[in-house]
Write a protein that binds this ligand. Structure first.
Ligand code: ASP
Length: 309
């Protein structure tokens, strides 16, 4: 049984000036998550560590670098799920938290609930000793400028999630040496979203799902579309019907495009280590590590390979 990790840095029309940094960021995060698996860490530890690396990287729209809502504030969502027990934890609309994925994990492990939102999530963070960070630490100059430039949410999203208004969620899926799967997804959402808007990311079965019986998925793309078709669970229901993880992802993304005109992407891993990275937007930065080989890509059908030492 080989351990595998796959990560994504968001499906959207990634501009050329962010392309290299996005690919470098997902490669580094995949290696970080794989190092956890190699030390016999769990899939859950691996996805959390990969997503934390992406949240800390200001190139991506999660944690440091998150997009801003109509009032110019950061409001972030995250989910994590353990395929062994179906335990899951999520947070929505959190502010002043550097790593929402770890707060989601704490919700899963330290409360009787699955999701905490807004002030409640921040209050919980305080009780478990997670330090609040100032918003200014999370907001990059790049994001502040883009937000000033494009104050029109509707036009951006109408262009099939291919406009610069949209931004890149991050996520990871993994299977460990024991055959357990896990997923994690974290996002700042969509630039200029309404205050209080929650997308697909923290909704179980939409932004992510993990079940040792069929696999783990992390999604990215137009959140309202992903919610309507419960994309993560839809992909896994095709896997349950015998489709490969790649075919299941392609069918489900095609369905989302046809049924609700939404574009996006997904990464999937099965309990026996099959994996796929698929998207219907212009680009998606992704990377995977399997048996010491790093795979990565950005353009449709691009798959590059590097042997790790
Ligand atoms: N799915 C995220 C959301 O709608 C955005 C993204 O994936 O870029 O909040």
């Amino acid at each position: 049984m080989s351990a595998v990790i796959v990560v994504h840095g968001g499906a959207w029309a990634i501009p050329n000036d962010l392309a290299k940094a996005s690919v470098d960021g997902v490669k580094a995060a995949a290696c970080e998550g794989f190092a956890v698996l190699q030390k016999k860490g769990t899939a859950l530890d691996a996805v959390e560590s990969a997503v934390r690396a992406l949240e800390d990287n200001a190139v991506f729209n999660a944690g440091h670098g998150a997009t801003l809502n109509t009032e110019g504030e950061v409001e972030m969502d995250a989910i994590i799920m353990d395929g062994k027990t179906l335990a899951c934890g999520a947070v929505s609309s959190v502010k002043n938290i550097a790593n929402p994925v770890s707060l989601a994990r704490a919700v899963m492990e330290k409360t009787d609930h699955v999701m905490l939102t807004d002030r409640g999530a921040n209050l919980f963070a305080k009780t478990i000793g997670v330090d609040a960070v100032s918003s200014e630490k999370l907001v990059t100059n790049y994001e502040r400028k883009e937000w000033e430039k494009h104050k029109n949410y509707v036009t951006g999203v109408k262009e099939d999630f291919n406009a610069r208004w949209a931004h890149d969620t991050v996520g990871a899926v993994a299977v460990d040496y024991a055959g357990n799967v896990a997923c994690a997804t974290s996002t700042g959402g969509i630039r200029n979203k309404m205050v209080g808007r929650v997308g697909d990311c923290p909704a179980v079965g939409c932004g992510g799902y993990a079940d040792n019986l069929c696999g783990a998925v992390s999604c990215t793309g137009h959140g309202e579309s992903i919610l309507k078709v419960t994309l993560a669970r839809l992909i896994l229901s095709h896997v349950e019907q015998g489709k490969s993880v790649e075919v299941a992802s392609k069918i489900s993304l095609k369905y989302m495009g046809e049924r609700v005109r939404g574009a996006g992407g997904a990464i999937v891993v099965s309990p026996i280590g099959q994996w796929a990275s698929t998207f219907t937007t212009e680009r998606m930065a992704w990377a995977a590590v399997e048996k010491n080989v790093l795979y990565y890509g950005l353009e449709p059908n691009e798959r590059r390979m590097e042997r790790l030492s």
